[in-house]
Design a protein around this ligand. Sequence first.
Ligand code: NAP
Length: 680
Amino acid sequence: MGVAGSPFDATGRLAWGILGTGRIAGTFATALASARRGYLLAVGSRSAESARAFADRHGAKRAYGSYDELLADPDVKAVYISLPNHLHATWTLRCAEAGKHILCEKPLASNLGEAMVAIEAARERGVFLMEAFMYRCHPQTATLARLLRERAIGDVRQVQVAFSYNMRGPHPENIRQQNPSAGGGIMDVGCYPASMARLVAGAALGRDFADPLDVKAVGHIGAESRVDEWSSAVLRFEGDILASIACGIQVAVEPTLRVFGSEGSIYVAQPWFPGRDAPGRVVLNRDGREPDTIAADAEVPLYSVEADTVADALAAGLTQAPSPAMSWADSLGNMRTLDLWRRDVGLVFDVERPAALVNRVSGRPLAVRPDARMTYGAVPGVEKRISRAVMGSMAFSHGLPYTCALLDYFVEQGGNCIDTAYGYRTEPMVGDWLRLRGNRDEIVLIVKGAHTPDCNPQALTRQLHESLERLRTDYADIYFMHRDNPEIPVGEFVDVLNEHHRAGRIRAFGGSNWTIERITEANEYARKRGLTPFVVSSPNFALAVWNEPMWAGCIAAVDPASRAWYQATGMPIFAWSSQASGFFTGRFRPEDAGNPAIAPIVRTWFNAENFARLERAKELAARRGVTSAQIALAYVLSQPLSIFALIGPRTIDEARESLGALTITLTPEELHWLETGRSA
Ligand SMILES: NC(=O)c1ccc[n+]([C@@H]2O[C@H](COP(=O)([O-])OP(=O)(O)OC[C@H]3O[C@@H](n4cnc5c(N)ncnc54)[C@H](OP(=O)(O)O)[C@@H]3O)[C@@H](O)[C@H]2O)c1
């Protein structure tokens, strides 16, 4: 859904509204006066007096005593959010819901979880959204990225950059020294070097940006401020590009950017404020040559360039500005980097603690949306209907705000089944979320345990008790033994599982990666003794056929004999790696086989047959107007089996794509063609 009509007025100009009357709001308002195609129409403040004074100072016609009033003004087309960091996501969401285009101050949110929610709101409403890294809009930054893409200094190996200034002691009234405002050096200024390092590494790798494979950081947290006051981090990117980045609010560090490569270096004296004290320029030092100073200045001041970047993107009908300005994926990558930086430093914001996460970014209670298009199935012994998309929880190690964002989205789309495991170490996140949302009774919780080498009845019992405690519940709807141990007579497992079943700790149970022979043996044992049998199974099932199991002891059920058995018995399958580790996104190509970063995927999924299936999935996707990853998931869900697909999205965006597969039904002919390339 897009915003109807042109955002520009009859004179071709963009009417801006500003939320907040603080320091940077003033800077931006001044800059709008020099922008090519924008002007300040209105300002909104918590106080009517402050709004009036600001409007008078900057020549704005309208002044509102609340942010909501500004959003209700139909003449305001674009909103600049200049509020403290902890309010960015909420007001981005509200602006999006009001149909306003948005320029939001950096960082886009308090953390990755909030940022995903904010971006999803913009995507859904079809409004423009950009995180206000003004330096990314300036020609100096574009010149830097171009030189790196052209390999002007060969392979990039080291990057050094800082943004750090000195507030000279305590200023508790300043939002930068307030933990509740998500302040501190990393958020206020560390986000710049993080975004610069990601841009440099990305350009060096021929992309718009890159995300670090490792983040290692240290820092000092103030006892009074409870935020980081100075800190350093080292980021490692693909190709072992390393970046040393620093920030602080109680020490001034020279901001210079230095990029060192195999054939020279690049030097930028003023990476953040090009054109402020001196014109934008990039110094290129190529080994054995004289330094080359490349001028790269803008016609208007820095923040005016930023405002024009928004207007130009809107004129081009875009919802995201082109690189090197911040795209949504770029902002999410930066937020993830900042989260990891803060994790090492030990900085948690009050807004990230469970007590605060009771309130969602939208402020609304969690509910299934009326337009949700989930489908459901059943498992004997589980009274609730079960969403056929099952949310994996491995990625939840990123933290509780992130877990809340993903799980809330899943539930809004009609999802109710969550797959956990003793070995994932993320059960506390799910437990906290269940408690915050108060929805344990509506959720179908899968618990897995007894993974090798602890695959025995005693460990099963111990781990089950621990899992339930971490999940803050007294039962699992479905329990899977994560692996089998053929050295233990199957009856011992059936007996212990029945014990937990009788005690009400598990409502239904089965095996993950159990062979059909062992399941049959288990159920024969149960039948003879009048015990409860295995009623579910969790093997791998995907459009791709693996070369060898991804992990030792894993079982797939895609061979004809397994399919026939599951069809004949009707035993529900919870298919793991239902998307073959993202193989069908098309992001892997046969020529990537030597890339060490994806070695497990190459080992498991790279073969000529799978690449042929990928091509067919792409072809069918193009015909259906969907993505190849959706076709691959629809392939699993369209089987003539009782089948549920485990999905492991890392972002809301990926979750939306996966859930979109639930509405795609493939015919038996299409299933056959995807597998063989032949019509049935
Ligand atoms: N891009 C840049 O160069 C740059 C430079 C500086 C700051 N920033 C970013 O801009 C944002 C604002 O920074 P700033 O320096 O302008 O801050 P500031 O001077 O403290 O202004 C923040 C404004 O937010 C409003 N506000 C709403 N709730 C508030 C609360 N609980 N506490 C304090 N203020 C509250 C206030 O406006 P009303 O009272 O009018 O509602 C206040 O004037 C931050 O996210 C920061 O990271 C960016």
